[in-house]
Unconditional design. Structure first.
Length: 470
């Protein structure tokens, strides 16, 4: 499948084969912002009874070849074979002279230039996003050569010489590199232009199942989303087997990924990473995934869902911190050192000390009680979050109040296990700011763990702070 110039059209018109309904049914597959749906409209008087849900369906449909997905030249139609999966009928109607109409939600589909594809022996994959073109610009900008005319009688010439592939990481099991090419925008009211195109390729020594290949593609999308501070949606991902290539696309509704508008801003570029540093970063990223896969899953699934409420985001971020800090230990000898909890306990202990004779205790008894009351486990969530914060306080600019961890834990505990409020908490008005603050804390810790230099991390994350309630 030639994917060099590929991009998804907004719709594909063709013929579809739906189990129990019929074959070669005319219809249009629509790809919208959050959903994918199939509309069928044809002459069929047979009424289908029962709930219509289908595991899969196939089709052969076309889209036009220009940038918008449409063109006037009939010869430029590009036809593809589709396999649609998890179809749910949302409407069915019959009318007129045996006319019928069906509408289906589609969870995901594959698109290829061959009807027969092998999905469970993935040898490599390719991630395409235009953000990569911007990130790698300082490396590729000298690929273009401009020959400006001396006078109006000559023609401006623009030439392109592709860079050799850029190797990022390689072991006996995996190879990761960026492949380069160029794109041309033909004359228009905006003029003529050439742009670099970059493709992130990942090759595997041993073939992967389709599900594992999807996991790999997601994990490297996460990595660049972290380095760019941009939870982007790739233009497409190509999966390659020995005999065929195909592109996989999932509906945002069923993947629970929601992007409110296109964010083209990236907070780092290739020049921010010294030679060979990306190799170290990728190696440490793979190791981090091996040890903390579930907390990272929770974090990035939350980050890619722009429609999640701030409170749900806060809960998920604290769960992520819980997982990432599971092996951390406090160096405070288990003693509560500060915060309102310490103040409240000291007030109680003072009352006990002043009434030792009344309650029948001596000083030794009091000291034992004091040590027991003020002792806090060095592995408590609050202590572990404090340890995590200590690892990044000099790595990025971090300005948080001394009671930040107390308030975070109290807030999470109250909304996770509803009960009487205990200790200081963040108000609902602060939830949005708190979710962003926790996001930056987690991002900073991951960046430090995988070896991103301080200067670059500060450029990506900027300042970690939490606004006080007015």
């Amino acid at each position: 499948m030639n994917t060099y110039n590929f991009q998804f059209a907004t719709s594909y018109q063709g013929y579809w084969n739906i189990p129990t309904i019929g074959n070669d049914i005319p219809g249009i597959l629509y790809i919208e912002k959050y959903t994918i749906h199939l509309d069928l409209h044809w002459n069929n008087s047979t009424k289908v009874k029962g709930k219509m849900e289908f595991e899969s369906a196939t089709g052969y449909a076309y889209a036009y070849a220009d940038d918008t997905g449409y063109a006037n030249d009939e010869n430029k139609k590009e036809c593809y074979y589709f396999t649609l999966n998890e179809l749910y009928c949302t409407n069915a109607s019959w009318f007129g002279n045996n006319q019928s109409q069906f509408k289906f939600d589609v969870a995901y589909f594959t698109i290829a230039d061959s009807p027969d594809i092998e999905k469970n022996n993935i040898k490599s994959l390719c991630i395409r996003t235009r953000l990569m073109d911007n990130w790698i610009y300082y490396y590729t900008k000298d690929s273009f050569d401009y020959n400006f005319p001396a006078d109006n009688s000559e023609t401006l010439k623009m030439e392109y010489k592709s860079k050799r592939l850029l190797s990022l990481y390689q072991t006996e099991n995996i190879k990761i590199y960026i492949y380069f090419g160029y794109g041309v925008h033909l004359p228009s009211p905006r003029g003529y232009s050439m742009t670099t195109r970059s493709f992130l390729n990942i090759e595997f020594k041993k073939s992967l199942s389709f599900d594992k290949a999807i996991d790999k593609s997601e994990q490297f999308i996460w990595l660049f989303a972290l380095l760019w501070n941009n939870m982007f949606c790739p233009d497409f991902v190509v999966y390659r087997t020995k005999d065929s290539d195909f592109i996989y696309k999932q509906s945002n509704r069923y993947s629970h990924k929601y992007y409110d508008g296109e964010n083209k801003l990236i907070m780092s570029d290739y020049s921010d990473f010294p030679e060979d540093q990306l190799t170290v970063i990728i190696e440490k990223w793979i190791e981090l995934l091996r040890n903390f896969k579930e907390p990272l899953n929770t974090f990035f699934e939350t980050q890619f869902n722009g429609h999640m409420s701030p409170l749900s985001t806060i809960k998920n971020h604290i769960s992520t911190l819980d997982g990432l800090s599971k092996d951390m230990r406090s160096d405070s000898n288990g003693q509560i050192r500060k915060g309102k909890q310490l103040q409240d306990l000291n007030n109680i202990l003072t009352k006990i000390k002043n009434g030792l004779d009344v309650i029948g205790l001596n000083k030794e008894d009091y000291n034992k009680l004091k040590n027991a009351v003020l002792r806090e486990s060095g592995t408590s969530l609050k202590q572990r979050i404090l340890c995590l914060l200590e690892t990044i306080e000099d790595y990025v600019e971090c300005d948080l109040n001394h009671d930040f961890c107390d308030k975070v834990i109290n807030t999470r505990n109250y909304y996770t296990h509803p009960k009487v409020k205990k200790g200081q908490m963040f108000s609902k008005k602060q939830f949005w700011d708190l979710s962003l603050c926790l996001e930056k804390i987690i991002s900073s810790y991951i960046l430090k763990t995988i070896g991103v230099e301080t200067q670059t991390a500060r450029k990506i994350v900027r300042k970690i702070t939490m606004k006080e309630e007015e």
